[in-house]
Design a protein around this ligand. Structure first.
Ligand code: COA
Length: 254
């Protein structure tokens, strides 16, 4: 794979999203590789935990790829949203615990990826935001529904309507991340979490992951369709092209 690097240690598989030149932004190719990697994880009998990380020292994932999305037709936008939704649902429904390790930017689709995992560990320099509304769109990979479950509907709406960035410490305070680690403590905290899970009964953990997958499966399918339809409609309005183009123009002028 070009964008997803894999490593395995003690029955724990780590997928590292590796597109550092674009702060690990998710284009269709990255999402496709992620989908394949997650499917393979689900089919492998030996893996007991999955860890997801972003490459480089600046970002977990800085969102869906704006340069790819800018020219989408509404139909392409619908397909992109449904695809992302399927990949993240695959992740959410894996039969093993999943942990996102977040440093730096976790924006838009990157934040949606983190909240599709079971547990999040972040450093204080983590920067979470859903900036989609500033770009004329809405979150399209399940975040609209998942975020409220995690931090409460009011806080979720606040983050989506305002696009405000939440740092690692605030993210910990509001329950957006479960563990906060100074950079030098991060690996130890991750190892400790993994050890605790691996020391427990695999049978019991397996039962829990099954219950969580069942709890979300039916509602999720309808939720994703609803989200993708509205995501699509945003691409039928000039706001989306104007705002994304303006972001890209500013990037080019740097
Ligand atoms: N899609 C596509 N490319 C992206 C990206 C995204 N979501 N986020 C970052 N990149 C690219 C930049 O275009 C830039 O590429 P270039 O060097 O070829 O110009 C590279 O990653 C580095 O980003 P840059 O903007 O130069 O770094 P910065 O430190 O000045 O700013 C961010 C970092 C994350 C604040 C800024 O890149 C940003 O706002 N990105 C978009 C975030 C976003 O809105 N995500 C949600 C999309 S729905």
């Amino acid at each position: 794979m070009k964008y997803i690097k894999t490593s395995v240690e003690n029955n724990v598989i780590t997928l590292t999203i590796t597109r550092p030149q674009a702060l690990n932004a998710l284009n269709t190719e990255v999402l496709s590789e992620l989908s394949t990697a997650i499917r393979e994880v689900g089919e492998h009998p030996d893996y007991r935990c999955l860890v997801i990380r972003g490459s480089g020292n600046r970002a977990f994932v800085a969102g869906a790829d704006i340069s790819e999305m800018v020219d989408y037709t509404p139909e392409q936008a619908f397909d992109f949203s449904m695809f992302g939704n399927r990949v993240f649902a695959q992740l959410e429904q894996l039969p093993i615990p999943t942990i996102a390790v977040v440093h730096g930017y976790a924006l838009g689709g990157g934040m949606e990826l983190a909240i599709a995992c079971d547990i999040r560990i972040a450093t204080p320099n983590a920067r979470f935001a859903l900036p989609e509304t500033g770009l004329g769109i809405i979150p399209g990979f399940g975040g609209v529904f998942r975020l409220g479950r995690l931090i409460g509907e009011g806080r979720a709406k606040y983050m989506m309507y305002t696009g405000k960035t939440v740092g690692g410490e605030e993210a910990y305070r509001i329950g957006l991340v479960e563990l906060l680690a100074q950079p030098e403590e991060l690996e130890e905290m991750l190892d400790d979490t993994l050890k605790r899970i691996l020391n427990n009964s695999q049978v019991a953990i397996d039962k829990l992951t099954n219950i969580f997958a069942y709890a979300h499966a039916d509602a999720s399918a309808a939720d994703f369709l609803q989200e993708a339809e509205h995501f699509k409609a945003c691409f039928a309005h000039p706001d989306q092209k104007e705002r994304m183009q303006s972001f890209l123009d500013k990037q080019n002028a740097k």
